[in-house]
Design a protein around this ligand. Sequence first.
Ligand SMILES: *Cc1c(COP(=O)(O)O)cnc(C)c1O
Ligand SMILES: [Zn+2]
Length: 433
Amino acid sequence: MKSILQCMDCGRQYPTDTVRYTCETCGGLLDVQHDLEMLRTQVSRELFDRRLGSLDFPFNSGVWRYKELVYPDIPSELIVSRPEGNTNLYAVPRLAGWAGVDTLYLKHEGENPTGSFKDRGMTGGLTQARVLGMTRVACASTGNTSASLAAYAAWSGIQGIVLFQNKQVALGKLAQAVAYGAVCVRIDADFDQNLALVRELSDRLGIYVLNSVNPFRLEGQKTIMFETIQQLRWQVPDWIVVPGGNLGNSSAFGKALCELRELGLIDRLPRLAVIQAEGANPLYRSFQNGLAPLEPLKADTIATAIKIGNPVNFPKAARALRWTDGVVEQVTDQEIMDAKALIDAQGIGCEPASACSLAGVRKLVAQGAIKPKETVVGILTGHVLKDPDATIGYHAGTLPGLRAEQPNHPHEVPATVDAISDLLMALNSGRER
Ligand SMILES: *Cc1c(COP(=O)(O)O)cnc(C)c1O
Ligand SMILES: [Zn+2]
């Protein structure tokens, strides 16, 4: 049987070649459903292991390596790939010690072609845009979705249109969207308002929406879980910890893990921990009240990638939390930036939102939710170069209301070997104190 779109609430089905993001009957979010019964006989750990390191399109992509589980019916000629995925999974013993667990890995999705996990979704979204014959694609964005959309649209020869808020867009992300040639529109509205605008505009003009309300994006993002577990030699960690904004990843992870279990590729599920910024915490609030209906709020945090008050994927994320016996935690901007400084100083680096993962692990260990002996994988969602202002501001101590615990100040000295040598000597004696 071919894959279909299915309403998560009422179960109504639609063919995959229709432009549709929500259910016509009940307004519910749609899932791309594959015929898992049939796929069970076609996929195996060995199949995916054989494709590792492949030089051949499309299996050289860390998304399309799992083609059967992402979009089995798709002819390869339609696939739009940079290629993405194949990101590193770092064992980080020093950060594990800081967070209070024996075994911590960080999966760095900032190592994707445009520097964030959004590329894993965009390859699915642009591929589907070609299936549907769309000539224009659009998104509202806090930054990374636009950078990714702009690149993938350009790569596939489709016009890309991105709606930014006119404040607080991280410099690296804006620069990318401009550079890749998308139509960039700055609007005096926050992300949540821009998403509503883009959905209405696209309906009217026949443009394809590539925010994470698009279920084909989430199919691509599932592969973060597939790849993590394959990198762990198909051993299931106890916890997956991920920042939560529009909740696309949380949703995709839940679906991915259940599919792996249903296909017999793993025999148990890890628990999902979604970490939100304290100033953008609607899922956290809902979770505190037993996953009560979402109450949208006005979001504010230095982690602009998750500055979202009305996450569109809330119902799917809630479902993922139920499936995985998951938890939700919140962290302050100070905790986010301190965790980021530690990740950065390991030589790995990430943007502010990504550091929720590490800050969240430490908090959940302190509360006893995560046990020290459990194996934890944290997802780093974006690259350190995305938001240089946040990094520089933190170390310079110029971010309002935040302080740097261990600032790394650039030094200025006269242009002589003596001066530089004196400086290094002074620094090293300071260090041995
Ligand atoms: C988009 C984004 C997020 C939020 O992910 P959701 O799937 O919307 O919850 C987190 N971090 C970074 C760097 C992002 O770009
Ligand atoms: Zn429905």
